[in-house]
Design a binder for this molecule. Structure first.
Ligand code: NAP
Length: 497
């Protein structure tokens, strides 16, 4: 298959890193396949990208928002035409099955159309003044130059969730994607270039997070940072930005949960647990890595969950028959297997899986069997820490109150779900589950872009991505308040209202 060259994109030019160094992007389903050769940036490349974004800022912020929206609309159309190409590239570069890759691109298409429309709805408030001959209003204005740092698990959608709202609000951007999906990032930026983003407005720099990501986040030419990734890195960036009084948005990990109650429709609950736990090989921030099951249906649930998981077909995500692809890289592969050992040592009961999968062509990649632990105690490490792989912990619960206590008892708070046919239990779950997102009779995955997205506790600071009130527009713009006095009277005479 074709090997790509992913260069940096700085000030409207595709350029090698100044050092000329490169690294390879590998297909996790087949380690022998190099998907792309990528420019390895150093600090000097970041400096140039930040300078280009700074220089482009004034012109872009003064470009009328509806005009900015027209470019995003065009980007949506191009994305639509290239959906299949991008979806296939995602599968090759990070392993998710094609159907999921196409879904990822679709989110970017939806986000582009949505944000294009926001260009005409970029409204503030006009309210009456207490004083005669005065008017006042609030305006949304851009923040400046944004550093956007993204993970590998949604190679197109997460950059789109950040780039489109940042652009519509009038910011310019330096984008540092995860090294694992550099080729996807370059193809995405190519589409925005084709749509007509002016030079310098969107810059792309590849390279290691520790070397260039951190330098970018703390760079004096950056005004704000938006990060999605692990709690470890996100909290580190919060510290760096906090010390220099720089706004930072962090969307981080999860230890999401499905609650299965005694009256649940088990067909739905099993399907939700399988796709929540093993979709994207368990590598979604919203993956259902815990399931609490009411004691009355625990045995039936476990039997059916085990059967469903053992029927999943592992393989290259480009093949039609594949249900689950590999995990993203060698580090994750070993980390997940290590967690499986931890689970066994902690005394959890291994129900299915628990090993690397090396049959046939899978021997060439990083495949791990879908793994279920039963009889898990809520405080075990496998039930507390984000594993980010196809490993699900099942915990027995007495009733809805206990299930909710277990659900809330981790440091994370991104996504949760309850399966029940009792309307009262849905109301209790809606009220008491301490998560950014609650699903009712649906799995923990599958956000829509026109409601805000985000978690609490170690998952993030609240709702800052995607749309709706409190969503991305509030993240990528700030309020400016204007008071205008057209009375011509001296201020002092107006003090006594
Ligand atoms: P990660 O290791 O935290 O990396 C995220 C991004 O940060 C990558 O671009 C990475 O670059 C960069 N980075 C690494 N070290 C850095 C540093 N010291 N300073 C600045 N940037 C640095 O996360 P990941 O493995 O890519 O993604 C998986 C994590 O993302 C999981 O925890 C998952 O739950 C979370 N996630 C959260 C959401 C959400 O919306 N809440 C969505 C998706 C994923 P390199 O790749 O080059 O190291």
């Amino acid at each position: 298959m074709k090997m790509e060259h992913a260069k940096n994109y700085i000030n409207g030019e595709w350029v090698d890193s100044e050092s000329g160094k490169t690294f390879q992007s590998i297909n996790p389903a087949n380690k022998e396949e190099v998907v792309g050769v990528v420019s390895k940036s150093g600090r000097e490349d970041i400096d140039r990208a930040v300078q280009a974004a700074r220089e482009a800022y004034d012109k872009w912020r003064l470009t009328p928002a509806p005009r900015r929206g027209e470019i995003l609309f065009k980007a949506a159309e191009i994305l639509k035409n290239k959906k299949e190409i991008l979806g296939r590239l995602e599968t090759r570069e990070m392993g998710k099955v094609l159907m999921e890759g196409l879904g990822d691109v679709q989110e970017a298409i939806d986000m582009a159309y949505y944000m294009a429309g926001e260009g005409r709805r970029f409204s503030g408030e006009t309210v009456p003044s207490e004083l005669p001959d005065k008017d006042m209003k609030s305006l949304r204005v851009p923040i400046g130059v944004f550093a956007l740092i993204t993970p590998w698990n949604f190679p197109i959608a997460i950059p789109a969730w950040k780039i489109f709202p940042a652009l519509i609000c009038g910011n310019t951007i330096v984008f540092k994607p995860s090294s694992e999906v550099s080729v996807c990032a370059a193809k995405f930026v190519e589409i925005l270039e084709e749509a007509g983003i002016p030079k310098g407005v969107l810059n792309l720099v590849h390279g290691s997070g520790g070397e260039v990501g951190e330098y970018l986040a703390g760079h004096p030419g950056i005004d704000a940072v938006s990060f999605t990734g692990s709690f470890e890195i996100g909290s580190r960036l919060e510290g760096i930005c906090g010390n220099i009084h720089r706004p930072v948005v962090t969307e981080m990990g999860g230890k999401n949960v499905i609650l299965v109650m005694e009256d649940a429709n088990l067909d739905l609950a099993i399907e939700g647990a399988v796709w929540g736990g093993f979709g994207t090989s368990g590598q979604r921030c919203t993956a259902a890595s815990r399931v609490t099951v009411h004691k009355k249906v625990y045995d039936t649930f476990m039997e059916r969950f085990q059967t469903a998981a053992s029927q999943l077909r592992l393989g290259d995500g480009l093949k039609k028959e594949t249900d689950m692809g590999p995990v993203v890289n060698e580090t994750q592969f070993h980390k997940i297997l290590n967690y499986i050992d931890i689970g066994k040592d902690e005394g959890a009961r291994l129900i299915v899986g628990g090993k690397a999968h090396r049959e046939g062509e899978c021997a060439k990649g990083y495949f791990i069997q879908p793994t279920i632990f039963g009889d898990v105690a809520p405080k075990m490490r496998i039930a507390q820490e984000e594993i980010f792989g196809p490993v699900v912990s099942v915990i027995r619960a007495e009733d809805v109150e206990e299930a909710i206590r277990i659900a809330n008892g981790t440091p994370f708070g991104l996504s949760s779900a309850i399966y029940t046919q009792d309307v009262n239990k849905t109301a209790i779950a809606e009220r008491d589950l301490d998560f950014g997102i609650v699903y009712i009779n649906a799995s923990t995955i599958g956000a829509e872009i026109h409601l805000p997205f985000g978690g609490i506790k170690r998952s993030g600071y609240g709702r800052k991505e995607a749309g709706g009130r409190g969503g991305a527009l509030d993240t990528y713009s700030r309020w400016k308040v204007i008071y205008r006095d057209f009375s011509g009277r001296l201020q002092k005479a107006q003090i006594d209202k």
